[in-house]
Design a protein around this ligand. Sequence first.
Ligand SMILES: [Fe+2]
Ligand SMILES: [Fe+2]
Length: 362
Amino acid sequence: MGYQERIVFPISSSLDRISIGAKRPNADDVRIIGGRGYDLRQPIPIKYQAVRERFLNARNNFWTPNDIPMGEDKKQWLTGELTDAEMWLFKTNISYLTASDNLVPDNLDNAIIEHITASELRQYLRWQIAEEANHLESYLFILESFGLDEQGQGQIFNLYQEVPELTNKLNWNLQFTNNVVSSEAPVGSLEAHRNLLEDLVSYYVFEYLFFPIGFSQIFALAQAGKLRNTAQQYMYIYRDETSHAQNGLWMILQIIRENPILWNVAMQERSRAIINEAVALEAAYAKAVMPNGGVVGMSVATYIEFAQFMANSACRNLGLKLLFPVKSHPLPWMSHYELKQEVNFFEGRVQDYRTGSSLDWD
Ligand SMILES: [Fe+2]
Ligand SMILES: [Fe+2]
């Protein structure tokens, strides 16, 4: 069915009134975007079983920030064990990530979910929004646990509105969200779906590139014995973001499979350009947060190389030509911070959150 016909038969929307006697959807009709003629409140048929499994898996792995002890970091914070460069890196990091963990669910909420016409994917994305809220809680909990009052926390959180290189990365994502929201293209039209796909590529950049390399700054400090409790919080966030990125990639690829017309040469070039822009923003950001060239275990140059490595990997995942000549992973120790469900990197200090029964709800 062409795009024109789909405009004649309206795309299913969560704003549609429920009508008596409407037919139940048929799996052949269900699509990730542009599904039509069925009510979105129907949870079946489940066409994309893997997405439902991702939802169940995410729910089974829910964790809570206040179960991670923060005493060692608090001591380091209060006794001045962090150098000025490490302090600046940490402060800009947590400010930027906090704003990011607002932007990503806002993008889902304001722009993306309204276009999604598969119930199981809407379910997963709703759960993801809850996880992003939990990440925000983690950042708050970290600063609270250092003993900072509201004014002290506010000075740190506000840096994204003070350091242009932080602001630029965030505004870069907002332009894609706003393109979807403010477009006058009819829902389900080719233009609306092109805007959405561009937004999804920028969303994928956030989950797959901006977040992990942001976390790497704190993991570099942990490598040097600094802020290891904060690093534990970040390990859980990292695990969540990895799942979000996997789902995001799947979503993009499935949309392309179902709508090959969207993935023309121009869109492929545009996607590659978006990833390239992201690395340029990341390079400027690196210099602003590490003005002296880096900290122990992390130089500006290595950081930029890591961004390029992840950009190449994103290109490869999307079937695009690579952008940079980087061959090997510039920070091989990142794998130590990839939390598997049973692995406790910091010797028994992190509980196993796999099941609710292992949690201590006091
Ligand atoms: Fe997040
Ligand atoms: Fe995420």
